[in-house]
Design a protein around this ligand. Structure first.
Ligand code: NAP
Length: 266
């Protein structure tokens, strides 16, 4: 069965890559696109894609659903719109596959409860790169033995949220094995505000934003006389696409919300 896919955010950096990936995949069909600008009729009109890319563009998810009946909505938009898109998609029984970051814990809980009650699949993946998911798993394992942890995440300077969804997810996984405790000197004082980074149960998260970067993270685990560094680099957005394909296929067989690719790779 061909999976009918709609994409929100198709003009963006991730979205464009996802459009090409879905178009090339023999098991999937790109049936429509969700945008918030009412300027283009089809993807081809945006001049970002070849003429054969004729998927129609809608500004209303209800109309998109009625006219093109997608099985899955891939969302690669912005933190401002992603919650509404995901909620509405679930209400319409379109399975969301979400790469956009910036959900609050409350929003995630609400969407999880909704998906479970409605018995509909949803995957929210702060990082679609398989290597990054392994980095998180290894960091969680290592923190059992080296519980003093700092995370340095580095992204391109157009990123809207900080810290990154991946850094938050990493801290969240580590916190499941690491008792919350203050790190550094108990009397340490910041002479410039923010110098020690964000505080996640005592773990520090530092966000670097520079042109030229894509998505990079180091987890530093320090112990007496030793330092373990676990590092992952995404050098281009192609690194995320195998995770997108895996998620689109997997979400078809789910009846609940899964947060994080680590729950769907063995
Ligand atoms: P981007 O280049 O800014 O693309 C976002 C696109 O979404 C833009 O074309 C934007 O249009 C469009 N958009 C904004 N609001 C919209 C709405 N309401 N409906 C439809 N389209 C809308 O950003 P990006 O680098 O592709 O990243 C997109 C998201 O994915 C970010 O949240 C980023 O953190 C996340 N991300 C996730 C992963 C992962 O592995 N999960 C990897 C990389 C990035 P305008 O520019 O016209 O506003």
């Amino acid at each position: 069965m061909t999976i009918r896919v709609a994409i929100a955010g198709a003009r963006g950096r991730m979205g464009q890559e996802a459009v090409h990936t879905i178009m090339k995949n023999p098991d999937m069909e790109l049936v429509s696109v969700l945008d918030y600008k009412n300027i283009w009729k089809t993807l081809e009109d945006t001049n970002l894609f070849p003429p054969s890319y004729g998927a129609p563009i809608f500004t209303d998810l209800g109309e998109l659903h009625e006219k093109t009946k997608p099985d899955v909505l891939v969302d690669l938009t912005s933190p401002e719109s992603v919650y509404e898109h995901t909620k509405k998609a679930l209400e319409l029984r379109i399975r969301p596959v979400v790469g956009t970051t910036g959900f609050t814990d409350e929003e995630l809980e609400e969407l999880k409860a909704f998906a479970e009650k409605a018995e509909i699949g949803c995957i929210i993946a702060p990082n679609f790169a398989v290597g990054a998911v392994l980095m998180m798993k290894f960091a969680e394992q290592a923190a059992k033995y080296l519980p003093d942890v700092e995370i340095i995440e580095m992204h391109h300077d157009q990123k809207l949220d900080a810290p990154s969804g991946t850094a938050l997810k990493t801290a969240n996984l580590i916190s499941s094995v690491r008792p919350s405790h203050i790190q550094g000197h108990p009397k340490e004082k910041e002479t410039i505000q923010g110098a020690r980074g964000a505080d996640y149960e005592g773990m520090r998260i530092h966000s670097v934003r520079l042109p030229g970067l894509v998505a990079h993270q180091q987890v530093l685990l320090g112990g007496e006389g030793q330092l373990l560094t676990i590092r992952h680099d995404s050098f281009n957005r192609g690194s995320f696409m195998s995770g997108v394909v895996l998620s689109v296929k997997t979400v078809m067989n789910l009846k609940e919300l899964v947060y994080g690719l680590e729950h769907i790779i063995d």
